[in-house]
Design a binder for this molecule. Structure first.
Ligand code: ZN
Length: 262
């Protein structure tokens, strides 16, 4: 049953996990309609999701919330023309200002036989933005969004509903954190502020479910990354040597170094 693809984590709060990039999509069903958390990597992918949703509920998608501006979380926004798209104000600005870069990023990860989907994407930035806090009542269910500072990008938000917190790519499961657009010196503090707000089940942008304890481990890891960066920069150690003995795989440490010295 298609319906079984949606895992109910709290009353009316679901996640759907897709094989591509192990991406998680959040679904909140209220009396007034459906709220989606992230919209997949293309219009075609989002339309597939919309089809699956119809097996779960006849209610329309009225809200889409983007956890951050990375292409694999926002490129499906256009498939929900009747929905109000929400996001951090940085999410809107980055999508408006760098359309070429987002398509280039997508080509690095998408298999070549899907590049047509990237060409066809209509980039739809959030129409409703906020700086620190936002709330949406989907009908008997309150969805809260919060920004606690820079981390994986400059616009990652947490979305809470019922017993669940969706964290986007501020945490990863089964993969190292992605440093390419990150703020490595800010990331640990952002997680420290977020930790006491977490609900019992945490859904990362990619991979399996987490607990607040796992997010705390992630916070420790980001602390180590920041500490490693401070040491390397302070000692002026050559990058080639330093990345062989750091707290993340070499490729991510190189990106972290580039971000720290940008
Ligand atoms: Zn991301």
């Amino acid at each position: 049953m298609l319906k079984d693809m949606f895992e109910e984590l709290s009353e009316g709060v679901f996640r759907r996990r897709f094989p591509f990039l192990r991406s998680n999509i959040g679904v909140v069903i209220g009396e007034d309609g459906v709220l989606l958390i992230d919209s997949r990597e293309s219009r075609e992918a989002a339309e597939e999701l919309a089809g699956e949703l119809r097996t779960l509920t006849p209610k329309p998608v009225r809200w889409v919330v983007n956890t951050h501006w990375h292409w694999d979380h926002v490129f499906g926004n256009a498939a929900f023309p009747d929905a109000v798209v929400w996001g951090h104000r940085t999410c809107r600005r980055m999508l408006l200002d760098h359309p070429v870069q987002h398509r280039e990023d997508a080509r690095k990860w998408m298999p070549e036989d899907r590049w047509g989907e990237i060409d066809r994407v209509e980039i739809v930035p959030p129409a409703r933005t906020f700086e620190a806090l936002a709330a949406v009542d989907v009908g008997g269910r309150q969805v809260e969004a919060a920004y606690h500072g820079r981390g994986h990008t400059d616009g990652d938000i947490l979305i809470h509903c019922g017993e669940v917190t969706f964290m986007g790519d501020l945490v990863e499961e089964g993969e190292p954190p992605k440093m390419g657009d990150s703020y490595p010196f800010d990331w640990p503090a952002t997680l420290t502020v977020a930790l006491p707000t977490l609900r019992p089940t945490v859904v990362p942008g990619h991979g399996g479910l987490l607990t607040p304890a796992a997010v705390e481990e992630s916070q420790n890891l980001m602390e180590q990354v920041a500490e490693w960066l401070r040491e390397v920069l302070h000692e002026g150690r050559p990058a080639a040597e330093a990345v062989r003995a750091g707290p993340l795989p070499e490729a991510e440490l190189r990106k972290a170094l580039a971000r720290a010295t940008a």
